[in-house]
Write a protein that binds this ligand. Structure first.
Ligand code: AMX
Length: 437
């Protein structure tokens, strides 16, 4: 059976041809226009990036190489003994556009386990951080430091040809994905359980099996399965979101994948983006405390209005592109619906009931273009129920996941020879001049 690199060697040339043809035949074809509102509105709506692995439809949600989330859950291989698609299977799909065989997926798991250990200087670096340093800052710094051993950087210094850039980039990307669980789990242990012994990588486990084990949930197969689904689902959300775009932008300078992804993690750490999952749980728990045991739609509604009237956003609702409930939210809810223990959890019930009430309240409030839940509305409550109650850590799990899409793009950007990013900006005066002409 073919390895990931061998499969990529087959799929890259036809894509290179496709791009050549697009350039030759359509370089001047207009596919949209730019309005002043796009320029002052965070570039929203401008079609301005090439991103191969996934496309986000405002109504349907994300598709990975054309496949919806339910389709992926159906066909992507699970871990041995499990049911949920694994992040390795998703990575294979994102990178190659093909569904891996169970054997290929397991082969990739074995490669990741083999490469999963951290260099000792990174372990020492992470161990030296104060416990009070946010886990996302720790993750970003740890990832940046991994560039010490970058294969791309070494190849670039040797003067490797541009057409060969993608292969050492792939090597770095696989190493990065492999090392993220050890790094992320070390941060968790250092910050919250400094007396616990560190758990070594088990070569017989998949990436998430090891991550769950290192976090201390190895004997809870439901939690491990949830993490597999969570990490596979959050892997990619097309290119324009802040973390993915940051990784692509930094990578377009030919900075190595560790530097590019470290930058992406800093974008993910903002409360309007990945940090929202930490905020959702904090907000739901505060609601739970205030409302007490008798949860009704009316008292949830009242709490929602209080949040909005105090000038805050409702975390976990709204989206830059989506105009419907997020299918990732639906998939996580679906996971809960099949498990009676989760259905009985008061926190999960509160999250579900909030999702029944919030869209109407947000519509009445009349500001957000999308009153429906996004993935972050649901992702934290299951972690909380299974005992991972430290919300400040939640975005780190998102950070372990988002690497799947980011590294895929780094490999493809180099395989396709995409240039350094450089959009045009205007001052307001220059914009007014442009309008007058
Ligand atoms: N609660 C209250 N107000 C909201 C809102 C929410 N959940 N979502 C949007 N709005 C407000 C905006 O703040 C904005 O108000 P303003 O005109 O006073 O500035 C107005 O509605 C219009 O915003 P929009 O065009 O609908 O959204 P956007 O594209 O500018 O922003 C997002 C998208 C996600 C940042 C925004 O919906 C938000 O802040 N949501 C809450 C935080 C959150 O859940 N983020 C996670 C998103 C998913 C992810 O990246 N992980």
């Amino acid at each position: 059976t073919k390895t990931l690199e061998e499969t990529l060697r087959e799929v890259i040339p036809p894509k290179q041809e496709q791009l050549k043809k697009l350039k030759a035949e359509h370089a001047q074809t207009v596919v949209g226009d730019v309005k002043v509102e796009n320029i002052i509105g965070g570039m929203r709506g401008i079609k301005a990036m090439l991103w191969e692995a996934s496309v986000l439809d405002p109504i349907e949600g994300i598709r990975f190489h054309g496949m919806s989330i339910p389709e992926c859950r159906e066909v992507l291989p699970p871990a041995p003994g499990g049911k949920e698609m694994t992040p390795e299977s998703m990575l294979w799909l994102l990178m190659t556009g093909k569904v891996p065989t169970p054997q290929q997926s397991q082969q990739l798991s074995a490669e990741l386990a083999e490469k999963g250990e951290l260099p000792s200087f990174v372990e020492k670096l992470v161990d030296s951080f104060p416990k009070t340093l946010h886990p996302m800052t720790q993750l970003s710094m740890g990832v940046a430091a991994l560039n010490h051993d970058s294969a791309f950087q070494a190849a670039y210094e040797r003067g490797v040809k541009k057409t060969e850039y993608w292969a050492p980039t792939l090597e770095d990307c696989i190493n990065l994905v492999a090392k993220l669980p050890s790094l992320a789990a070390r941060i968790y242990r250092n910050v919250y359980y400094p007396d616990r012994p560190l758990v070594p990588i088990d070569r017989n486990l998949d990436l998430t099996g090891n991550y769950s084990n290192m976090l201390g949930f190895g004997n809870n197969e439901n939690m491990t399965e949830y993490l597999r689904l969570y990490i596979a689902l959050h892997g990619d959300h097309e290119g324009g979101n802040a973390s993915a775009h940051t990784s692509h932008l930094v990578g377009s300078t030919l900075a190595d994948p560790y530097l590019a992804y470290s930058a992406a993690l800093n974008a993910l750490a903002g409360p309007l983006h990945g940090l929202a999952n930490q905020e959702v749980l904090r907000w739901q728990i505060a609601m739970q405390k205030e409302i007490g045991d008798t949860i009704t739609h009316d008292n949830i509604k009242e709490y929602l209005w209080r949040t909005l009237k105090s000038g805050r956003v409702v975390p976990g609702y709204g989206h830059g592109v989506l105009r419907n409930p997020d299918p990732r939210f639906v998939a996580l809810q679906d996971f809960c619906k099949t498990r009676p223990d989760l259905q009985a959890s008061p926190t999960i019930q509160l999250v579900q009931q909030t999702a029944e009430v919030a869209p109407e309240v947000l519509k009445e409030h009349g500001k957000t273009k999308n009153p429906y839940p996004n993935v972050d509305a649901a992702s934290g409550c299951v972690l909380y129920h299974y005992g991972l109650t430290e919300f400040k850590y939640y975005t780190v799990i998102f950070g372990v996941s988002r690497a799947l899409g980011a590294v895929t793009q780094l490999v493809w950007a180099r395989a396709l020879g995409l240039p350094i990013e450089r959009p045009k900006s205007y001052s307001m005066d220059a914009l007014e001049k442009l309008i007058k002409n």
